[in-house]
Design a protein around this ligand. Sequence first.
Ligand code: PRX
Length: 654
Amino acid sequence: MSAHNIDSVLIENRKFKPNPNFVARARIRKQEFDALHKMAAEDYTGFWAKQARELLSWHRPFKQVLDDSRAPHFTWFADGSLNVSYNCLDRHLGSRANKNAIIFEGEKGDVRTLTYQQLTDEVSRFANALKAQGIRSGDRVVIYMPMIPEAVIAMQACARIGAIHSVVFGGFSSESLRDRINDAGARMVITADGGNRGGKIVELKAATDKALAGGCPSIDKVIVCQRTKHNIPMKAGRDIWWHDAIAKQNTDCPPVWVDAEHPLFLLYTSGSTGKPKGIQHSSAGYLLGAILTNLWVFDLRESDIFWCTADVGWITGHTYVAYGPLAAGGTLMMYEGAPTIPDAGRFWKMVQEHKVSIFYTAPTAIRALMKLGDSFPNKYDLSSLRLLGTVGEPINPEAWMWYHTVIGKEHCPIVDTWWQTETGSNMITPLPGVTATKPGSCTIPLPGIAADVVDEDGNSITTPNQGGYLVIKKPFPSQLRTIWGDDARYASTYYPKFGGKYYLAGDSARKDEDGYFWIMGRIDDVLNVSGHRLGTMEVESALVAHPKVAEAAVVGRPDDIKGEAIFAYVVLRGARPAGGVDAAITKELRDWVGEQIGAIAKPDDIRFADNLPKTRSGKIMRRLLRNIARGEDITSDTSTLENPDILLQLQGKV
Ligand code: PRX
């Protein structure tokens, strides 16, 4: 596809109709889709109750559906009880005991499969091991693991006994790990000796030791899975090998029935201010969103091999790896390593070898692989693919077209799914057998999801293409329940406007003349780096914690691969380096931020100045910093600037 064609696609606003072959056997077709929308419009709670009864297995059936009497704290199905692990495992054993639940490939090429029976046995054994270590329903357990089946086993085992897991992405530093352990008050860390990524060992146990050495008073035990088998120290009395912990346990572990609202997990995500927020999800409402979207959006079938490339450390790896595909009885593919080991054909080779039929990844990965050329995907047989998906940030039409033509061979529908850690599952997305797609648009809300774009006063914006706030006007089952330990922050972050009636997503968006949603960006100071949210504040706090830094301001600038890159303006305690650049101190600060937060947060550019641009009241003019970082002309009014002379330094001109 030439650049010329891509341009014309944009100008024509061309739509890609669902492929008729796909439509012919899609789970949801136009007729079902219209019926679902009609039902959701006529009887909103009845619609959700019906889905919950049909898709989940209940121990005690619910009578109550939505309770909004304590808004914005909503409950769903609250008088019902169930177990998430039972829903993902036991209930399939009748018909799917010998079906593969997980196909795993390590970075070095080792392949391992687990049937539903084997996975149920492993989860039960490990759940018994957790119990033997004193873990009970409601206890918090931090999981800091590589992308290996044991990560899913650990999550499912927690769910089985009602323990609340909090998975911390293995790329986060020991400092970030410690903050999350302490905020959650976790009793245990489950980790590994290491993981294989990018041809190196990720030293997870060393990072765990460092985190705990810094003070994590709530932690009693650390369970360590042996993956890389390199030498690591084990602390007597605290650390236990996974294989020792399960050695004497049997595979019989009855699921603990929990209330629908029992917290299933916490997952920390960045906000615009303060420390990361522990997003708290429920058991039943969350699982309902997970299974429903796996069936509707991914059209998951008995014979599919579903590969979502996200790490279990992110919400996508929760809903579309650890829970959703299993709840739906599917087979999931899991990969430990980096997409470019040994070369940029790795994903496509795995698609060929494991006959992956549904593939879900992030625009940043698509762009990175696109840049490395068509010859890699063209080497492999991708004919098993029937559906593609993207998530995490807006996908640029060029990358969309590449995905569509080079990977999907023009016959696979692409679902561009908009959602968030807080929403738990897909919200605005095409349905592959129904919705015509437009490259770059996440299209329209799912049935039962009351998404809209509103103005400052909360009125629906009816003029096509006029931007506004993206809101969800009605509570929905899979939404977050609160921020762990901070109900006030929950209310003030997600329900601050519009009389507290609408969920504020924090994104700006517009709807076009067809009612299609186009995400325009964040309304707060949150960056989207490689599809992951990072608060500018977090990076700034890390920078100013360095002894040489007096002040710092961080903004985003567009980046070809990562979506957004991090641009930091730094005022040093000593003299400003000549010309505002200094390779040595730049490296020192980048490494420092990597240690404080994780490699994902390392600034891409650092510019040194004697001061930041401030108004007379001392407010930093961020818009100006953004203009400069993006190489744009300064359009904003600089007359309120107290120190206009600083501009030349910030621009790197002196
Ligand atoms: O800004 C939106 C962007 O990612 C944010 C959510 O980030 P996080 O909670 O880390 O979850 C990422 C995976 C669900 C949103 O507020 N975003 C997510 N998906 C899309 C998107 N922006 C545009 N198009 C999408 N499909």
